[in-house]
Design a protein around this ligand. Structure first.
Ligand SMILES: *[C@@H]1O[C@H](CO)[C@@H](O)[C@H](O)[C@H]1NC(C)=O
Ligand SMILES: *[C@@H]1O[C@H](CO)[C@@H](O)[C@H](O)[C@H]1NC(C)=O
Length: 505
């Protein structure tokens, strides 16, 4: 071969290698991202994923309630920040909870407000324009917050792209059920329950009835409303809620198993957790000095982003103030080697921050997953949990002193923090890698767990068990009948009856 030929061959080889690299990279993909929940603790997680995707050179069209401040030209944002106002004006969950409002009542109100903001978000002119001009747009994948807000899933069908469901906390049972993750309600009760582990008999009944109620009454009602929204916005040919729920190609839940979120999951789903955690940034000087100077250390007290301080009632405010006043520790907000303890409502993102910074916790759960999170903190030995409704000044004071003074909590949380950092890649890189994987293979149907679509009675082989029980019952009945007949036959026999009579004498 001449040098010229060699050069051509090597040039072609280079081109192929380059092409392979580009394809392999999956970079420069067009991603549609939809995050409808107007809650900072949700959006902070989703923004981390979007930033990760932008860093890889992808183009992202994002609908969200908390737009990203960036001069990156590769992101187009539809600003839904007005949706926060819909929540603030229509519901105050913390207040309802302190008024001892029932979980079901709160859930129903929350679902009502959800429907309100879903309608408002769909009506945004930019969203309407995207739907009208769908023919001119092209995407490679849809990433969407995967709860029950099905109208947004319709964009996957509209653009004919794979759909990745993500959640900022653990997902609802229905989401797990769709892909085939284990959803056994007495082992993994819905996160709205106050109990999360070692359910007693009555809690198990409660958990099962709740699941039946959600699956057969609550959600069908919600889905009927969402079907109407889907039809209004996408026309009558668009699939309806149940089909759209089932359309999910890949599920990413933001829970870290080492924190105690352990459940058998299928290959079509992954658990992440700690998505929003970034390395600590330097503190503002005044705060840094304040923390450096603190002699006894600092307690960081925060009830998260969803609970407004105005919604903590007078009784509970007094408990907090009295408990903190009686301690020698200063109180303030932040992470620093002088921070001894984190008093938190037990939101998952707060918990993750504490674990990452090795600060043990006293959890005061209010709602939703916070009770379960509190249980996990206790179970992992990284703090204590006191339900808001059982809070007393003395109880809070003792819990604080115990967690600060007993060094086992600090040791446990250091160990857990290190365990969680020990992974092949950062959670956000994992989310990005799997997104590119789904793009490269146009879904992940090769991972689909088909039995997930079987009817429940078949999947749990209720029919087989019922049949075998029926056969067994029949056999026993038949045997009983035969024995009775045989006895009567013998009794009717003269010889036998005389024998019996003689014995009886
Ligand atoms: C925008 O995307 C292109 C590829 O689509 C990439 O080359 C470029 O670096 C990206 N810009 C930024 C600021 O990330
Ligand atoms: C629905 O689909 C049918 C068949 O593909 C088509 O004829 C009809 O025009 C569609 N209707 C709408 C409202 O898009």
């Amino acid at each position: 071969m001449g040098t010229a030929t060699l050069r051509v061959v090597s040039l072609i080889a280079t081109v192929f290698v380059l092409m392979a690299f580009v394809v392999e990279n999956g970079s420069g993909s067009r991603i549609l991202a939809i995050f409808p929940s107007p809650a900072n603790s949700h959006q902070i997680v989703f923004r981390a994923i979007v930033k990760g995707l932008l860093e890889r050179g992808h183009h992202v069209t994002m609908m969200g309630t908390d737009p990203i401040e960036t001069d990156n030209p590769n992101i187009t944002q539809i600003d839904w920040s007005f949706a926060h106002k819909i929540i603030v004006e229509n519901i105050d969950v913390a207040k309802l909870r302190q008024e001892n409002c029932k979980t079901l009542t709160i859930s129903k109100q929350l679902l009502h407000v959800t429907e309100m903001f879903v309608r408002a978000e769909m009506n945004h002119p930019d969203v309407q324009q995207l739907i009208r001009n769908a023919g001119d747009e092209q995407f490679d994948v849809l990433i969407v917050e995967y709860f029950q807000m099905t109208p947004f899933f319709a964009f996957a069908e509209l653009f004919n792209v794979p759909m990745i469901g993500v959640t900022s906390i653990d997902s609802i049972s229905q989401a797990h059920e769709v892909v085939g993750n284990v959803v056994n309600p007495v082992i993994h009760p819905e996160i709205s329950h106050k109990f999360s582990v070692n359910l007693n008999f009555f809690q198990r009944i409660d958990a099962l009835l709740t699941k039946i109620f959600i699956d057969h009454i609550l959600f069908p009602g919600e889905f009927a409303k969402y079907d109407e929204i889907i039809e209004q916005n996408f026309g009558s040919n668009m699939s309806k809620s149940y089909e759209l729920m089932n359309r999910v190609d890949f599920l990413m839940t933001n829970v870290e198993p080492a924190m105690g979120f352990i459940r058998p999951i299928v290959p079509q789903a992954i658990q992440l957790g700690f998505l929003h955690i970034e390395p600590p940034k330097p503190l503002p000087t005044d705060l840094q000095q304040y923390l450096d100077r603190s002699r006894h250390g600092v307690i960081y007290f925060s009830l998260g982003t969803l609970i407004r301080s105005s919604s903590v009632n007078a009784k509970n405010t007094k408990i907090f103030l009295d408990a903190f006043k009686s301690l020698k520790y200063d109180q303030d907000l932040l992470a620093h080697s002088n921070v001894k303890l984190f008093v938190t409502q037990g939101g998952q993102q707060s918990m993750e921050e504490a674990v990452d910074r090795h600060v043990p916790m006293v959890v005061i759960p209010f709602n939703f997953d916070q009770f379960g999170n509190g249980d996990k903190v206790v179970e992992r030995g990284i703090g204590k949990s006191i339900w808001m409704e059982r809070l007393t000044t003395d109880g809070l004071r003792q819990a604080i002193l115990e967690v600060i003074e007993n060094k086992k909590y600090k040791r446990n949380i250091e160990r857990l923090g290190k365990l969680i950092r020990d992974q092949p890649m950062r959670p956000v890189d994992k989310a990005v890698w799997w997104t590119e994987y789904v793009i490269r293979h146009q879904g992940a149907s090769h991972y689909r767990y088909k039995p997930a679509q079987m009817p429940a009675w078949q999947y749990h082989y209720y029919d087989v068990v019922a049949f075998l029980l029926a056969v067994t019952a029949l056999l026993i009945a038949a045997l009983g009948y035969a024995v009775r007949r045989f006895y009567r036959f013998l009794a009717g026999h003269r010889w036998f009856s005389t024998q019996v009579k003689q014995k009886a004498l």
